[in-house]
Design a protein around this ligand. Structure first.
Ligand SMILES: *Cc1c(COP(=O)(O)O)cnc(C)c1O
Length: 231
């Protein structure tokens, strides 16, 4: 493992983030990089944090739990970016800054009940299946307005925005309309629910610049940070 490689990768991603923000007339500090550490063991993750990563994302609750334990004491905030089963929510909530992919009203209500017992519950984003692929979780774009009142009635868990995954194998230019659509859906849900919904979690290694240009406030980047670091 090569510590310099992590520093180089992180600097390269940050530079591309800054340029994308400037192209869109946005303040680069309005975009948080979540470094996706799934499938990587604690050793390389420590090097990535030494290189300056502050926010780490995991897909699977159990993998998150074990890394929170094995990396205890590192100055990082954890994010769950994948599917959360209701029966894993109680243990997960106190560990994370944000749950990115709340994919049903049922789960949101479970989180709302649990959040009532927490001094500082994490924020959550609602996952929208903009691309309509069967393999993806989340609200269909047309279902969000219907649930606006139910979403707004969850007052313990802070619902701060929307999240999506662009279609697999799409180019950044193909992904861009999905990102723009998520922003429009957010604007619509904001009006319908009265929630501020400032956050948009969208963009991965392949397409994060397009996501930033379309308004992403959290990007979730894995392979661009770990590539070449084995050598
Ligand atoms: C794996 C994953 C990412 C990161 O993907 P890369 O292409 O490696 O940057 C982002 N979001 C989710 C939900 C993921 O599962």
């Amino acid at each position: 493992m090569n510590p310099d490689r992590f520093r180089d990768n992180l600097n390269a991603v940050r530079a591309r983030m800054d340029e994308a923000a400037r192209r869109a007339g946005r303040d680069p500090s309005g975009v948080t990089l979540v470094a996706v550490t799934k499938r990587n063991p604690p050793g390389p993750i420590r090097l990535l944090v030494d290189a300056g990563a502050t926010d780490l994302g995991e897909n699977y609750p159990q993998e998150l739990w074990s890394k929170v334990e094995s990396l205890a004491g590192l100055p990082v905030r954890w994010h769950l970016i994948g599917h959360l089963q209701g029966n894993k929510a109680k243990k997960t909530l106190p560990m994370v800054r944000m749950v990115h992919a709340v994919d049903s009203l049922k789960l949101l209500r479970t989180l709302d009940d649990l959040a009532g017992g927490l001094a500082e519950p994490p924020a959550v984003c609602l996952q929208v299946n903009v691309s309509g692929e069967d393999s993806k979780h989340g609200w269909g774009p047309d279902d969000l307005p219907r649930d606006a009142d139910s979403i707004a009635s969850c007052r313990n868990i802070p619902v701060v925005g929307l999240m999506t995954i662009a279609g697999y194998g799409t180019t950044p230019d193909e992904a861009r309309p999905a990102f723009a659509r998520l922003r429009d859906l957010r604007d619509g849900l904001r009006t319908a629910s009265g929630l501020a919904l400032p956050e948009l979690s969208m963009g991965m290694s392949n397409d994060f610049e397009a996501a930033i240009e379309e308004g992403a406030t959290f990007i979730r980047v894995g392979s661009a940070l770990f590539e070449g670091a084995e050598g």
